[in-house]
Write a protein that binds this ligand. Structure first.
Ligand code: ATP
Length: 316
């Protein structure tokens, strides 16, 4: 993986929970990746895969047990003062004083932020201007999430860490947030995102990594990760014809096939070759493949195959 121009550089990172000397539990095991300036990198994985444990090390909230982290060229734990003013962090739980209003909260935060945006501008970014005088305890879960994002953006960060930023947002607010994140990325902000919404990762990420049991088990552009998984072709076998009447499936690049009630599903990593062979066969036999549907794997299918390959285990 490229290093050098990496705004975030992580190599052989490890994090163990528990008392030093005791066996404990290793939540991050030998993780390496780098994120370039203006790139949006998504870290995916099932619950407990180690995403938050990794991101907290990048945010300088804990010291790694092993390996190395650099953010903007600095060790985020040892040189926190050099890095913190240049990063924006949106944690999974904001935790604000519930009696303050939205505007008071932003103002309080601005007091400890260098070069903070004006309150109105920060709230405008996330569509909360109209809620500025509402107390935190009266906000909906989605509005609190948007306030979390406004606070993360307050200091115009060069690096933005977003830990499940759209959890609890309605579809419209989620799309608005995606637009905002895209705009920030296009303006040069480097973004590290964790999310359980695969559509979000597929739509936003320039590159992504999937974690399982503390390790990265797949990484690349969404297209590369998806491309490693078979495409599917589905159709109804024409009346009077059987799968055995098709050209030899392995010669068409088919990896697996199944048939049920006359519906056939073929899996292939060579979608064009398989589809062409199938369509030529149908034309030669002058039959129609009803309900013909051909599609590449989705990130969700790839994710389920990769991340769900075995149950999370402890103590390996
Ligand atoms: N303070 C802690 N002490 C001991 N174990 C912990 C601690 N924090 C997290 N863990 C364990 O480390 C593993 C990784 O947790 P982590 O929160 O990093 O996963 P995650 O991928 O962010 O999950 P989620 O998607 O649920 O947020 C889990 O098995 C979790 O139980």
């Amino acid at each position: 993986m490229d290093v050098g121009d990496g705004v975030i550089e992580v190599s052989e990172l490890r994090r163990r929970y528990g008392q030093p000397g005791a066996e404990g539990f290793e939540a991050v095991r030998d993780v390496s990746f780098s994120v370039r300036r203006g790139e949006l990198f998504a870290l995916l994985g099932t619950n407990g895969a180690g995403k938050t444990s990794t991101v907290e090390l990048l945010e300088g909230l804990a010291r790694p047990t092993g390996g190395r982290v650099r953010v903007l060229g600095h060790d985020p734990y040892e040189e926190r003062g050099a890095v913190r003013p240049r990063m924006g962090v949106m944690l999974q739980e904001g935790g604000f004083p519930s009696d303050l209003t939205v505007a008071e909260t932003v103002r309080m935060w601005a007091g400890c932020t260098t070069g903070a945006r004006p309150v109105g501008e920060a709230l405008g970014l996330v569509g909360l201007e109209a809620r500025r005088d509402v107390r935190i305890k009266q906000l909906s879960g989605g509005e609190r999430r948007r306030l979390d994002l406004a606070l993360a953006l307050l200091g115009r960060p060069e690096v933005l860490f977003l830990d499940e930023p759209t959890t609890g947002l309605d579809p419209e607010a989620r799309h608005t947030t995606w637009e905002l994140v895209r705009r920030l990325r296009d303006e040069g902000t480097t973004v590290l995102l964790t999310t359980h919404y695969l559509e979000e990762a597929e739509s936003l990420a320039d590159r992504l990594a999937i974690m399982r049991e503390g390790r990265i088990v797949a990484s690349g552009t969404p297209g590369q990760v998806i491309g490693a998984y078979p495409a599917r072709i589905r159709f109804a076998m024409p009346t009077g014809w059987f799968v055995g009447d098709l050209p030899p499936l392995d010669a068409l690049g088919v990896l697996r096939h199944q048939e049920s009630d006359g519906r056939v599903e073929l899996q292939t990593t060579e979608l064009q070759r398989t589809l062409t062979g199938l369509l030529f066969w149908a034309r030669d036999k002058d039959v129609e493949l009803e309900g013909l549907d051909a599609r590449t794997a989705s990130l969700e299918e790839a994710f389920l195959a990769i991340a769900g390959a075995s149950a999370p285990g402890r103590g390996e």
